[in-house]
Ligand binder design. Structure first.
Ligand code: SN0
Length: 314
């Protein structure tokens, strides 16, 4: 089993329950992963994903090896047939089987280049790791998706959900850099599988691929979208259709208390890292609405539930 998208999960609610059970007793399966090795490859920086996945694996008794492939390793070539007389030093066809021979399960982080939509959305880097390591692979955020984050978000929503069917709003926020669509795509596709009322608000031009957003309501008017929200998920992403471009830096879309006037009970979520006072105000980040730390904590149990399933399958 690979874990690269919600498509790899049959019953989202059951996986969320399994993660919540693990949270109550994290060491209940402390021997399940004994003598198994998890290899983590980071082509990009990480704080939470790296440490929460290591912690999850150690709760299951696994050994973990992690590399910052962007800095520590030989530069990897991903192009088939490349004449390697430039800056790349070894081919994925040579490097990945080595990793596969050392590890039982692999985790891969590979951000998009944000230059070519076709290249990024083909997930050629993740696919080559899957193909050439020959091991079950979990996505630690790929070019287009971040499923472990989304699972942690589903756990957080399940824990904090009100008695009624909650209204969840994914709210685009400004940023200084062009960011991937991965967190937003992924959150959308997981929300479409949860028992929630899901809406997305962003400036025109920031539409995500409808493959991920499904039947979600798209509401450009942010104030209207936020009205009556139970959960507001703040995230920046660059344009999908004008691929990788920043079309707006509208500061009025930074989430503040004022914007939540029509949503008195709203809890605020962000996957971190967050640019304070650009994406959300300090008053929100430090205030009682914030679920940001709860989400980060739940990353451990998201990773643990997924690793447990992969280990039980082998
Ligand atoms: C990444 C993203 O996909 O948006 C990782 C989120 C988990 N975020 C960033 O790269 C933020 C970089 C920055 O400069 O703020």
């Amino acid at each position: 089993m690979n874990f690269t998208s919600v498509q790899d999960v049959q019953d989202v609610a059951a996986l969320v329950r399994e993660a919540i059970d693990l949270k109550k007793d994290p060491l209940a399966f402390r021997n399940l992963g004994r003598d198994k090795t998890l290899g983590l490859v980071f082509m990009n920086p990480s704080l939470r994903t790296r440490l929460s996945t290591q912690k999850a694996a150690s709760n299951l008794g696994m050994n973990v090896m992690a590399v910052n492939a962007d800095r520590d390793n030989w530069a990897i070539e991903f192009q088939d047939g490349a004449v390697m007389n430039g800056t790349t030093v070894e081919h994925i066809r040579d490097a990945a089987p080595v990793l596969g021979s050392y590890c039982d399960i692999m985790g891969i982080r590979c951000f998009p280049g944000l230059v070519s939509r076709d290249t990024d959305y083909s997930e050629h880097i993740m696919k080559q790791f899957i193909k050439w390591t020959g091991r079950p692979c979990l996505s630690l955020e790929s070019a287009t998706l971040h499923p472990l984050q989304s699972l942690a978000d589903c756990i957080t929503i399940a824990e904090k959900r009100p008695v009624h069917r909650p209204k969840v709003v994914l709210a685009w926020a400004p940023h200084v850099k062009a960011l991937p669509q991965a967190v937003a795509n992924s959150f959308a596709e997981w929300m479409c599988r949860m028992d929630v009322d899901f809406a997305i608000t962003h400036p025109p031009g920031y539409e995500l691929d409808s493959k991920y957003t499904g039947d979600a309501t798209i509401e450009y008017n942010q104030e209207k979208a936020l009205e009556g929200a139970d959960f507001v998920y703040v995230k920046n992403w660059s344009s999908y259709y004008e691929y990788g471009r920043i079309l707006s830096q509208d500061p009025s879309r930074m989430l503040t208390e004022k914007l939540l006037a029509g949503a008195p009970d709203a809890r605020v979520m962000h996957c971190l890292p967050v640019r304070r006072n650009v994406e959300i105000s300090d008053e929100i980040a430090d205030g009682p609405r914030s679920l940001i730390q709860a989400q980060a904590e739940n990353r451990v149990y998201a990773a643990q539930a997924v690793l447990k399933r992969i280990l039980l399958e082998k």
